[in-house]
Design a protein around this ligand. Sequence first.
Ligand code: NAD
Length: 370
Amino acid sequence: MKIGVPKESVPHERRVALVPATVGQLVKLGAELLVEAGAGAGARFDDEAYRAAGARVTEQAAEAYGGTDLVLKVLRPSAQEAAMLKQGGALVGLLQPSGSAELLAALAQREVTALAMELLPRVTAAQPMDVLSSQATVAGYKAVLVGAAALGRMMPMMITAAGTLIPAKVFVVGAGVAGLQAIATARRLGGVVSAFDVRAAAGDEIRSLGGRFVDPSQVVPDAQTSGGYARPLTEEEQQKVVALIGRHAGEADLIITTAQVPGRAAPKLISAEAVAAMKPGTVIVDLAAEAGGNCELTRPGETVETGGVTIIGAVNLPATVATHASQMYSRNMLSLVQHLMKNGDLALDLEDRITGPMMVTYRGEVRYPR
Ligand code: NAD
């Protein structure tokens, strides 16, 4: 089985789907690896390291795409890149299926079987392959660093000859994978952390990291579904949650928002009115920016300043921590390839309970949306 690792082509995308250490493990499993020259450069892995791990490095993108059975990517390929894929080959990556109808049609036409990592079932057996979780971990960590750097104050309490400084108050909205990592990071930097989530189960996790849980139970019933995710709130619940968050946000120096409901636009939880009531110098890092933002005033990819409040519409933070983000992504890929390999060959089974639901195209057919 031949596996291709092309260079990512989207501007500012510094990650790579496989790092040399994982290449070595795949070679040991009997796979042949073809890596495009410079693919790992953004994440600080040079071509020589890939060769040393047993890969062949090619200068030709067309070879990495077209000369292999399975292409591993971080982001979805462009139309030109997709046109280089081998007829009947396979593709794995964050394919953003909901906004990729044209791409999926082109892939189906080439009879490429494409697996969208976003559609990996969130079941225990699939956890080692879960790139949404691994990359959310990186994003939650980096969001706090970005926010801390934009603050005019330091995070920890300091007792110095020049006076005593009180610690920064950090408020995290949404305590999933990214939010919990943000809480842990803010605590390590010495911030006093509180966090809100509409799932009651998040309370214990927040407390176990040393955060204070802003309990929604007085305003909304537990919003956790049987699948473990949050359900969308009703209009009335939403208004109550916005008011509760507004009261807490007004006291914070740094606010990190991460709230999402799968398959929906991000819930708007911080109103323009709440921003207007914040202390000048408050910083908001909106990790939900790409899904529309948790703050009404967020602009994806931009930093907005209003009334002394800085709102950072963070997009693709994992790419800014490319070495570790790639290392984690690559471990996820290794687990996925091990799952897909049967007797040394690639076995794509639509009935497989982990990879079947991820197949957005299969043997010439577009299978998304279901
Ligand atoms: P996510 O990125 O979908 O959302 C982030 C958080 O936002 C969630 O905690 C959600 O409850 C919260 N949220 C949604 N609407 C909100 C609102 N109106 N106000 C405040 N918060 C709101 O979440 P995620 O990181 O993917 O995690 C969601 C759940 O899935 C968690 O229970 C997590 O443990 C679970 N999970 C399971 C697996 C697995 O078993 N493989 C992997 C990852 C996550």
